[in-house]
Design a protein around this ligand. Structure first.
Ligand code: C5P
Length: 418
């Protein structure tokens, strides 16, 4: 990876501006330097001081600053970079870009540049869906502007819900990596949020094969009875759907669940842990493997071939043997190991410490740990997770499982980008 990649980040005036601080940090981790223009409205949300501290150099704020012009003129500023990134791209900035206005440093740089431009729109859903914004976005698409997001969900304004949330820093990072990649033709990245015009989605996992296990396993006692657990498959299925939406070629190996098969991917249905292992081995190779299934640790040693009868005699004794560990088996593959192997850990206490131990024991790259101690996570709609890797621990707030899925996919897209 080249260390000399750089972007010019234009931070617009929206509540999502704070996410740019995280973005700058993540970019630095990936060896991408950022020079920042903060718009007047952007200054209402983040300070030049915090931006400069993270970017490692003074940020630019004023078109007519003589010092800035002496240092580096606004024309040079817009060209001495590999990519311009506008985040948050407000309705106002988008309108100015679409009509070619140049009345401040940000819009002047956008008009003067000879580099590609990626925008991360963020606004109220009604503003996003307004005919004027639709027209402006269509114009930017014709102009070859790249777009990541927006995502759908709750807005900062109470009670507002819908498309308009700025893409997460890891999603923007993945889109930046994709745009900077020399193989990507200038117009290959499209819209992550679907526009009424039906533009293609930004696909941070395009070309990647993703394998996911989900749901419980059923371990037969006899043909009609089995040992099971409370896993619903909601989280694993949501991850599979999010990976498919991100452009991956997805194989989902699902235990018995009542949630429907997600669209746009291949689902293989299995019952037992051994069937799940066979299906996983058959579905390899993959670039990313995510083991979200709650695989039964044990199975009945000699499942009865016929239904066991209650004959009034001695109670049947179930003798158990250990199931194969699918995650550990795949993580230990000498050849054909997926580049990123992710495990899950459902814990009731010492969640992070146990996840760290599990990371080492299973030989995977990331553990998504959640506290299932009386929280109704299994079968519930939301999840509180910690991402535990050898680099440290990232704790997310309690989120709907669909949101955990899209954030995890964005995170993995960041890791899997070459
Ligand atoms: O050891 P534990 O069951 O807590 O580990 C959980 C992680 O290991 C999950 O990612 C789960 O899908 C995976 N696992 C597996 N095969 C097993 C047991 C667990 O793939 N037999």
């Amino acid at each position: 990876m080249s260390a000399s990649r750089s972007i010019l980040l234009i931070i617009g005036g929206g509540i999502a501006a704070y996410k740019c601080l995280e973005l700058i940090r993540r970019l630095k981790d990936r060896g991408i330097s950022s020079r920042v223009i903060l718009t007047k409205a952007g200054e209402q949300f983040v300070t030049p001081l915090s931006v400069s501290a993270l970017a490692g150099e003074r940020c630019f704020t004023d078109l007519f600053s003589l010092t800035d012009e002496a240092d580096i003129g606004h024309i040079a500023l817009s060209r001495s970079t590999d990519l311009l990134v506008v985040a948050p791209a407000t309705a106002d900035l988008i309108a100015k870009m679409a009509t070619g206005q140049a009345n401040d440093l940000a819009t002047t740089a956008l008009l003067a540049t000879d580099k590609r431009v990626l925008i991360a729109p963020a606004m109220n859903p009604r503003m996003w869906e307004h005919a004027a914004t639709r027209r402006n976005m269509a114009q930017l698409e014709r102009d070859g502007v790249l777009v990541v997001g927006p995502n759908s969900g709750a807005m900062a304004e109470r009670g507002e819900n819908g498309p308009g949330r700025m893409a997460e820093p890891m999603e923007i990072l993945a889109a930046i990596e994709q745009a900077l990649s020399s193989q990507v033709p200038p117009r290959a990245i499209g819209f992550l949020g679907r526009l009424p015009g039906g533009s293609a989605a930004a696909k941070p996992l395009a070309g990647k094969r993703v394998l996911i296990t989900s749901g419980p396993t059923h371990e037969p006692i006899d043909p009609v009875r089995f040992i099971a657990n409370r896993s619903s498959g909601k989280q694993g299925h949501a991850i599979a759907a999010a990976a498919a939406a991100a452009g991956a070629q997805v194989t989902l190996v699902s235990g018995p669940v009542t949630v429907p098969d997600p669209a746009g991917l291949t689902t293989i249905h299995v019952e037992s842990a051994r069937e799940m292992l066979a299906a996983v081995e058959g579905a390899l190779p993959a670039d990313i493997a995510i083991f979200a299934a709650a695989v039964a640790d044990w199975r009945v040693a000699d499942a009865a071939p016929e239904k066991m009868k209650k004959d009034g005699g001695a109670l049947p004794a179930l003798s158990l043997v250990e199931n194969p560990d699918i995650l550990a088996t795949v993580a230990a593959l000498k050849t054909g190991r997926p580049a990123v192997v992710v495990g899950f850990a459902a814990e009731t206490e010492h969640v992070v410490a146990h996840a760290q131990a599990k990371l080492a024991r299973k030989g995977c790259d990331l553990i998504v740990a959640n506290d299932v101690g009386g929280t109704g996570v299994m079968g519930g709609e939301s999840n509180t997770v910690h991402l535990v890797s050898r680099d440290g621990v990232e704790t997310w707030p309690t989120l709907p499982k669909t949101e955990v899925a899209s954030r995890l996919v964005a995170h993995l897209a960041g890791l899997a980008t070459p």
